[in-house]
Design a binder for this molecule. Sequence first.
Ligand SMILES: Nc1ncnc2c1ncn2[C@@H]1O[C@H](COP(=O)(O)OP(=O)(O)O)[C@@H](O)[C@H]1O
Ligand code: SF4
Ligand SMILES: [Mg+2]
Length: 326
Amino acid sequence: MEEKVLDVKNLSIDFHTSRGCVKAVDRVSFDVKRGEVFALVGESGCGKSTTAMGIMQLIRSPGIISGGEVVFGGRDLLKLSREEMTGVRGRDIGMIFQNPLDSLNPVYTIGAQMTEGLLVEKMDKKQAWQVARDMLRDVKISDVEQRMKSFPHEISGGMRQRVMIGMMLCRNPKLLIADEPTTALDVTIQAGIIELMNELRRKFNSAVLIITHDFGIVADIADRVGVMYAGNLIETADVMTIFDRPRHPYTRLLMKALPTITKDEGRLETIKGTVPNLAEERPGCNFADRCPYAMQKCREQKPEWKECEPGHFCACFLEEGGTARE
Ligand SMILES: Nc1ncnc2c1ncn2[C@@H]1O[C@H](COP(=O)(O)OP(=O)(O)O)[C@@H](O)[C@H]1O
Ligand code: SF4
Ligand SMILES: [Mg+2]
């Protein structure tokens, strides 16, 4: 069996706010295997970033991880001490955010920041510089010598994201988490970053968890997909299956919201309504208010997570009656 690098089991994360307890992540389970790209997809506010922050144990007050396990390398990360977790974050799991300026230090050169982690690993300065330079070439940065001496604000957004990816890969992490890594970039630069990530995962064979609201990116890079809605994972399958026969009504609607490249109008069909207030307890399916197929029982009970065909899971009452209708 393929090695599970990350195994998230029933992860729950709550935010205790003045409006009540927001269940931002509610019993979410999925795994990411070695050499695999798993995409978490869903509209804004569905709990994707909170899931990633939970895996990294970066949830801060008023948020708490209220349940579940995050098994990584055979250990439950939720049970590690703060020091142990800092080690895991620096060495074993790399994270790339939407805006690399949030993670790059403005007062140090690219070279200094890229070699910092390597020097900690007891590499000598010359060797670390060489590794960093090679990595910048791997992430397709031209004029490497000059770039090593540049400060983050002196390079473009696309280049900064490449530097971030290179910096993470220098440490050869077992898992790379990329949260909307291309959202802040223009479309052609986005395509270049996705192509780069594809190339690098083949070369380094790391496990990648990519978070996006864009099914176009899912099609370009993912092997498997998990769709999130209002704090719940509602469907997972391999990428071909998700595009070929999506089961959950939300997944279907989200895919229709993709711009159609073949048609001139290329307009987005948006999903009516908004994500429900997560501070309110709902007895039924979280999607019931927006779902074109909602039945009485959808408002009364939570649909169970079921395997509708091998490797394809979905939480929807329509599954009980066979296939979901279009
Ligand atoms: N610091 C916070 N305080 C209160 N609620 C929060 C906080 N951070 C996130 N949330 C809640 O978690 C939900 C999920 O947010 P997030 O994980 O950022 O969604 P996504 O990444 O899918 O856009 C939000 O809708 C919000 O209600
Ligand atoms: S359980 Fe009911 S409301 Fe929820 S997605 Fe399925 S049909 Fe729609
Ligand atoms: Mg987010």
